[in-house]
Design a protein around this ligand. Structure first.
Ligand code: C2E
Ligand code: CA
Ligand code: CA
Length: 761
């Protein structure tokens, strides 16, 4: 009997030990670690008990029993630690652990000491007869041995308690795991009680340690209660946001979650089954295929979008056992996507297409159409920045909204419109549907609606006929904007069409501003002089007129580049350059004793913005030590009118320094006679050109007569330019003109020619 039992114990111990090694390597979870300690402690306990039964001397038997009791203490500690970790009911603090370990250590020490002294407590082994041989069994217990018992019972209670608490408190589907673990513990206790009550010589309960260790391992690591899986699965489907409806092979609805009931507005399974039948359309389950599709449904009078999938279910032998539908409500995703798409393609303020999207759509539309079938109409608000500055952003926004509204009204079938940037809008439409009158009227309406009594909003339109479909849409818009630039300040014209001339001028504009820097550096600019002659034919001086001597294109007249340089602000550089050349020339003349001749230089209205006119001219006069009276400054009416008060002061200061100030092109601009009395210029330059152009020559002559006599009375000199005929000279002399400049006397000529002609005679 003893032999069979010890063999069984040893084999079992080795088997469990191997098991513990294997799981330790695979599974590193803390709980498994705790279980592993049990799986090490349990076989040790078993092996040592087996050894106690095998040994043949009393000393060794007592020693083995003592070790056995100590190791079983350790096993209980392992089980306690496991139970605490497993249940999470209570966590031992370090002090408690230390106390427990100390008590167990004392117990173990007393046991071992007893072997040598036999005095610590009554614990005695004696030989037991067993099938002809004998082994040592426990002969006597008592006294301090109860200390050991106390420890054991205490620990058992501590182990059982958290398990019981867990069983009471856990959801039903989890209870199973806890009570199975508790059951295996109970088996050990029962076996132990049996051993004690029946006073057996061999403790058969030791074998149950191994059974318990394996049971704990199995119930914790391998075994998952069936109810738990089912419970978890069904509650996850129940709580899903999607509708799930399951059918058996007969097409009976076996399950539908609450979302599905809502989706089908169902009160019984009937609607589900109707849906299923309709979907199957007479097919068998094996004939239908797993599939996915989109469905739209009206729910509470709002459109909702669903992503539906149908799947068949198979058992382990691949036979169809049923199927299910899953409906995912993707309305939120769909709507979010739609808003995002709208945001990415539409302008925030006006809600119409933004630039990128407008370009994309126009590109597609135009590509499919015939060349020239479409036109691009772009709008620009004059001085929109000013509107924002004066009236505030809100008014500015309102103007923009008005324009967007107007575009909506103007759009015809096939039109695409959008906001390109700030105050720029564009509409691309079939050319035959574009009616300039309708557009002009709409624009005027915006002006009336958005303006105030003192400020009228003015919108200009540029039109480009899309003959070239392959150019970028942005270039089409650029061309429309180039056309807008040609609109003059008049209120009458609000629409301009792009033509090749505009393109050419824009190209030459770019060429001029591109080449200007090098040209100035390389000295390609010079001035010609056009003589100014007195009534008696005496030469008084000349007007400096710039010429660009281009290395390839030859001499370029100022008309071809002055305007461009004025637009780009480069004119200031050119003018200061020419002024310096003129002063240099005057100095040369002075050195030759020619001090009676003057040079008139032109000052562009833009120069007043970019240069300190007073400083530049006085600086030049001082640098070249010339008489300021010999430098005449031609200022245009428009420059003076731009800031009357300021220019008045400037002119007076220049005159005080000694310069002669002339008003150029009088009669071509504002020409207020009233202004003459306030503007103390020295000379008035009247252009014959403006007389030639009018049909009422008689009346023009009368006006000229008036101007001359008025300026005489105000003490001003009068220079008439553009004089081409003898008859004009006679007439002008008659009405009191002092000085003449014109082709009749001489055309502008290179300075050397001028000097040769007038000074070397
Ligand atoms: P402007 O200041 O009115 O110069 C007179 C223009 O009339 C000159 O043209 C001259 O050649 C032309 N002219 C003179 N006599 C007659 C005539 O009898 N009949 C006709 N039909 N024309 C005559 P130009 O040299 O082509 O200069 C054109 C304009 O360019 C000038 O008009 C002036 O506004 C501008 N300009 C010329 N040089 C400069 C300069 O250095 N700086 C600036 N800012 N502008 C300049
Ligand atoms: Ca001039
Ligand atoms: Ca002039």
């Amino acid at each position: 009997m003893r032999n069979i039992y010890t063999t069984l114990l040893l084999i079992f111990a080795v088997a469990i030990f191997i098991c513990s090694c294997v799981i330790g390597r695979r599974d590193k979870r803390p709980l498994t670690k705790a279980i592993r300690y049990i799986m090490i402690a349990a076989p040790c306990t078993m092996a040592i008990y087996a050894a106690a039964l095998i040994v043949r001397t009393q000393f060794w038997a007592e020693l083995m029993y003592a070790v056995y009791y100590t190791v079983s203490d350790v096993l209980l500690i392992c089980m306690l630690l496991y139970a605490l970790k497993y249940t999470n009911v209570y966590e031992m603090r370090a002090v408690q652990k230390a106390a427990l370990y100390s008590v167990v250590a004392v117990d173990g020490l007393l046991m071992l000491l007893n072997v040598f002294t036999e005095k610590v407590f009554i614990f005695h082994c004696g030989p037991v007869e067993d099938a002809g041989t004998f082994f040592y069994g426990i002969a006597e217990r008592g006294g301090l041995y109860n200390f050991h018992r106390l420890i054991i019972y205490g620990m058992v209670v501590l182990i059982v308690l958290p398990l019981v608490i867990k069983i009471v408190k856990s959801p039903t589907m989890y209870r199973e795991k806890f009570w199975l673990t508790l059951l295996s513990l109970m088996i050990i206790i029962a076996a132990n009680v049996l051993y004690l009550v029946m006073s057996l010589e061999i403790d058969f309960s030791v074998l149950t340690y191994g059974i318990m260790a394996l049971a704990i391992y199995y119930f914790n690591v391998i075994y998952v209660p069936q109810g738990l899986v089912e419970g978890l699965l069904s509650s996850s489907i129940k709580n899903m946001d999607d509708s799930v409806v399951c059918f058996d092979i007969e097409g009976n609805c076996v399950y539908a979650n609450s979302v599905a009931y809502g989706f089908f507005k169902a009160e019984s399974t009937e609607p589900f089954e109707d849906y299923y039948r309709e979907w199957m359309n007479g097919r068998q389950l094996s004939e239908a295929e797993d599939s996915e599709w989109k469905e739209t449904r009206e729910v509470n009078s709002a459109k909702r979008y669903y992503d539906v999938s149908f799947k068949r279910l198979c058992d382990s032998s691949n036979n169809y056992v049923g199927c299910f539908f899953k409906m995912h409500d993707e309305t939120d995703e769909v709507e979010k996507l739609a808003t995002e798409r709208f945001r990415a393609t539409h302008d925030r303020l006006t809600g119409i297409y933004n630039r990128e999207h407008f370009y994309d759509v126009v590109r597609d539309v135009v590509r499919k159409a015939d060349p020239g079938a479409y036109c691009m109409v772009c709008s620009d608000i004059k001085n929109f920045k000013l509107v924002n500055d004066i009236f505030g952003i809100n008014v500015g926004d309102e103007v923009l909204l008005n324009i967007a509204d107007a575009l909506k009204r103007l759009a015809r079938p096939g039109s695409v419109y959008g906001r390109l940037s700030g105050d720029r809008f564009a509409i691309c439409m079939p050319k035959e549907r574009f009616d300039p009158d309708v557009f002009s009227n709409e624009i005027r309406r915006i002006g009336e609606k958005s303006g105030t009594a003192t400020y009228r909003i003015c919108v200009h339109l540029g039109v480009y006929d899309i003959v070239d479909r392959d150019i970028a849409v942005s270039v089409m818009c650029d061309r429309a904007y180039m056309a807008i630039k040609t609109i003059k300040a008049s209120l009458a014209d609000v629409i301009a069409h792009y033509d090749e001339g505009i393109r050419e001028s824009s190209v030459s504009e770019q060429k001029v501003s591109g080449e200007f820097g090098t040209a100035l550096e390389e000295g390609q600019f010079c001035f010609y002089l056009q003589p100014q002659v007195s009534v008696r034919g005496k030469i008084l001086g000349g007007e400096a007129l710039v010429r660009w001597i281009h290395p390839e294109r030859g001499m370029i007249p100022p008309g071809e580049f002055i305007g461009i340089l004025e637009n780009t602000g480069l004119i200031c550089k050119l003018d200061t350059y020419i002024w310096e050349l003129a002063c240099k020339k005057l100095r040369e003349w002075k050195d030759k004793g020619l001090t009676d001749y003057h040079i008139s230089v032109n000052i562009s209205p833009k120069d007043f913005y970019f240069a300190d006119i007073y400083k530049v001219f006085t600086g030049l006069a001082e640098k070249y030590e010339i008489k300021p009276q010999n430098l005449r400054l031609e200022i245009t009416e428009s420059a003076i009118m731009s800031d009357f008060e300021k220019q008045l002061v400037l002119i007076q200061r220049l005159q005080e320094y000694g310069f002669m100030v002339e008003m150029d092109d009088f009669g071509s601009g504002y020409s207020s006679l009233n202004m003459l009395k306030d503007m103390p210029v020295d000379t008035l330059k009247v252009d014959m050109g403006f007389l030639r152009q009018t049909s009422h020559e008689e009346r023009s002559r009368t006006i000229l007569k008036m101007i001359i006599s008025l300026s005489k009375q105000l003490g001003m000199e009068v220079v008439t330019e553009g004089v081409e005929t003898r008859e004009q000279v006679d007439f002008l002399t008659e009405i009191g003109c002092d000085t003449f400049q014109g082709y009749y006397f001489a055309k502008p000529m290179p300075v050397s020619e001028f000097e040769q002609k007038y000074f070397e005679r």
